[in-house]
Design a protein around this ligand. Structure first.
Ligand code: MEV
Length: 423
């Protein structure tokens, strides 16, 4: 049977329609008119000049919490989707990705200055506990109607004379940035007018991107048999992957590269589903700093069970609705491809892609090295760079793939030879 990645784009779309993963209209949209309509473009940015287009692909072989997925991914790096599918296929042989923990609450902060008596402030706040919940509910009644809203709050001293009120909010399926900011500003205004005394002042009220309670842990157990190469046993590959991850846990220069490999998958899936990559990036940085941790994933070789276990915990400040998601038609198609997941399922899916990319990268690094696979996928890019016309790209890519080492000069030379042969 022809593999999914060997099909043409139209065959792939047809297969997704036939299996019910995609509505015919969505497949037609992807094939013919994925550009944003003028009205959307103008509404989404100031000073719009046009569109910046990136490839939209799907990672294959994903089995997550017992459900099969094609995961939409948007990225400019040619090897990322292939690596995700490769990692996912190995994880599938061990039963797929499993969600170990997931939480989806957003934090908002009210920052107070000139707090001279913290204990007194704390007592006064306790007295208006009910009012804080009432003001929060009144600030966003539609969220309360959907089952969301303020879940808890606490006040903490910061430095000599500042304090923060932390509001923990349930944004339901949304990321909840607007919701959190609206509630924080309303509660801040109430406190400023009704409760603060002397010089106490609200300095600012804003959501936090910390992701401390908006994170997911996914795990994968890969049998040694799914890791072997033509020259190395699965046992050796598993041991080497665990060793390389162990190295990252102690070396920031390597850890940041391993994290980048994880974010390759996370960002591609988050972007395809219309989510905010800067929020994920900021949350991840804070997460690692707070835990004094260098690398996001942990890989453990378990000889008694003849398997390799990988675990990724990552803050994912994302939504399944709201933000840009509903304005971007292709983001809506992504949600369709993922069978309209809950926000928690979407978090597990995005994290699984990160872990899949991590596995594929580590396995390549400790076996053949990264360049072999990368260069094969870079060949098409190189063909374009060398000046190949659309009708020449496929043949030139195939010829480049037969070469041992690739560079632009060689690609240009082969293209020249190809054109001469045609004359
Ligand atoms: C390349 O985009 C990502 C890798 O460098 C990740 C890693 O080194 O773990 C291959």
């Amino acid at each position: 049977m022809t593999k999914f990645y060997e099909l043409s784009r139209h065959q792939r779309l047809r297969q997704l329609v036939q299996t019910g993963a995609l509505a015919p209209e969505s497949a037609d949209f992807l094939a013919t008119k994925p550009a944003l309509a003028d009205e959307i473009l103008t509404a989404m940015t100031e000073n719009d000049l046009g569109q910046f287009v990136l490839p939209y692909g799907v990672g294959a072989n994903f089995l997550i919490d017992g459900q099969d997925y094609y995961v939409p991914m948007v990225t400019e790096e040619p090897s990322v989707v292939a690596a995700a599918s490769n990692g996912a296929q190995r994880v599938k042989q061990g039963g797929g990705f499993k969600t170990i923990a997931v939480e989806h609450l957003i934090l908002a902060q009210i920052i107070l200055t000139a707090v001279t008596d913290f204990a007194d402030l704390q007592q006064r706040l306790q007295k208006v506990d009910q009012q804080i919940f009432t003001v929060a509910a009144q600030a966003h009644p539609s969220m309360v109607k959907r089952g969301g809203g303020l879940r808890s709050w606490q006040v903490t001293p910061v430095g000599a004379d500042q304090a923060k009120i932390s509001l923990w909010l349930d944004p339901q399926a949304a990321f909840g940035a607007n919701f959190a900011n609206t509630v924080a500003e309303s509660v801040a205004e109430y406190l400023q007018q009704q409760m603060l005394v002397a010089d106490e002042q609200v300095l600012a009220a804003i959501l936090s991107n910390s992701g401390a309670k908006m994170y997911v842990t996914v795990q994968a157990e890969i049998p040694w048999s799914a890791l072997a190469t033509s020259t190395l046993s699965g046992a050796i590959v598993a041991a080497r992957i665990a060793q390389l991850n162990q190295f990252s846990q102690q070396d920031a220069e390597r850890a940041c590269t391993e994290n980048k490999g994880i974010l390759n998958g996370v960002f591609a899936a988050a972007l395809a589903t219309g989510n905010d990559l800067r929020a994920i990036s900021a949350a991840t940085t804070a997460w690692l700093i707070e835990r004094q941790q260098l690398v996001l994933s942990q890989w453990q070789n378990l000889p008694a069970d003849r398997l390799l276990r990988g675990k990724l915990t990552i803050p994912l400040p994302i939504g399944q609705v709201g933000g840009a998601i509903n304005s971007l038609p292709t983001a809506m198609i992504s949600q369709e491809l993922l069978q309209q997941p809950t926000v928690e399922q979407l978090m597990s899916i995005i994290a699984s892609v990160g872990l899949a990319n991590n596995l594929a990268a580590l396995r390549s690094l400790v076996t053949t090295g990264i360049q072999a696979g990368h260069m094969r996928l870079q060949a098409a890019n190189l063909a374009i760079l060398a000046g190949a016309q659309p009708a020449e790209i496929e043949l030139l890519t195939a010829l480049l793939n037969q070469e041992h080492r690739l560079d632009l000069a060689k690609a240009q030379l082969i293209l020249q030879q190809l054109r001469q042969q045609k004359r």
